[in-house]
Write a protein that binds this ligand. Sequence first.
Ligand SMILES: O=C(O)C1=C[C@@H](OP(=O)(O)O)[C@@H](O)[C@H](O)C1
Ligand SMILES: C=C(OP(=O)(O)O)C(=O)O
Length: 447
Amino acid sequence: MSGHGQPIPMTARPGHPLSGVAHVPGDKSISHRSLILGALSVGETRVTGLLEGEDVLDTAKAMRAFGAEVEKQGDTWSVHGVGVGGFAEPSDVIDCGNSGTGVRLVMGCMATTAITATFTGDASLRGRPMGRVTEPLALFGAQSFGRQGGRLPMTVVGARDPLPVTYALPVPSAQVKSAVLLAGLNAPGETVVIEREATRDHTERMLRGFGAEVRVEDSAEGRAITLVGQPELRAQSIVVPRDPSSAAFPVCAGLVVPGSDVLVPNIGLNPTRAGLFETLREMGADLTFEGLRDEGGEPVADLRARFSGALRGVEVPPERAASMIDEYPILSVVAAFAEGPTVMRGVRELRVKESDRIDAMAVLLRAAGVEVEEGPDWMIVHGRGAEGVEGGATVSTRLDHRIAMSGLILGMAARRGLGIDDGSPIATSFPAFETLMAGLGAALVRG
Ligand SMILES: O=C(O)C1=C[C@@H](OP(=O)(O)O)[C@@H](O)[C@H](O)C1
Ligand SMILES: C=C(OP(=O)(O)O)C(=O)O
């Protein structure tokens, strides 16, 4: 839904150690893909553990607009798909709200069907670049007409006789990779995407799970993913794992709030998503993976985060960026409490998320008394270590859920707490955040 209603000012105060068990919601990336691949399949896909955040609910609405039946029955979501190439033309504008993943993946999966759809979103999404998706979609024969700079609202006219495509990603983006692969579903022959840096691989894995033929080969140019077009996707039963990007918030809170001991069970540690946890361990965090096991071919563990007061700054390897791209805002909060500088390079993509996250975090941390340096694709946070973080400010969250949650966690550990002007975007990815953090003992108030 465009817009988030009334802003919800919130304040986090220090002095309360966090303890207990935090069950975070379902993975956002896998939730979007479950609905989309279910809608492109023949038969009924049943999904449990779906993230019921605004981003994913907007994708559910979009799938209904293209003709799939999507409904919730008890704890299970049911999707009756229309099959590859079976999308109907929506009768109204598709509003993807705050979700880059939603709009880019849905554009991909309609772009090789002879229908037209117009997309929009909230003020944040209308400011984000769509050319990165419409350029490869044009190679299939799709046309697009948007605002200047490739911005929403945008109309996509699907290709009548799509051609298969070979495309080398110019940016490390799983959203672009996925849009091209989803478009390739309804093109004859083989569609190939080549990525220099491995990004999250849920689309490849799930396409295989739904019965498509997907090959992955490593070559000198990078990772080549080949999809054989026009498969009949078969409906599946999906259990969505819990989201490591949401787990990052209670985990990092446990590391920076004195006296804390927090358990976050059942978190997927797919290597294309787990870069933050590796980085935190390099910083000397008391973070353990309990009951490490294999579930559905992916490593899963219960994460236990304990405050130790012994965090040190590190240099995050740029090649790790894709595996923790959504976690830099909360990492920069942990870095503020560590001893010495934390250097983050190769993070240009942060500038085109729900907000310019380098700028948003630099402004937030400086307002809290932390020194930050930044450049086009880098940021250095000068950790305060034993001196502690002052806090005390009220900062703008810029329609960005991750900035909002990162600000509140900083406030739980800073001497004078921290206020945010609007916590409403948190509902896009983590609607239970406030209740869950309060359940651990955090002092969070509205206003
Ligand atoms: O494919 C996905 O589900 C996502 C990919 C990432 O975006 P990019 O692929 O644009 O980096 C990430 O930031 C987003 O939250 C989810
Ligand atoms: C970048 C994010 O999401 P999206 O691109 O789907 O809006 C995010 O959740 O941090």
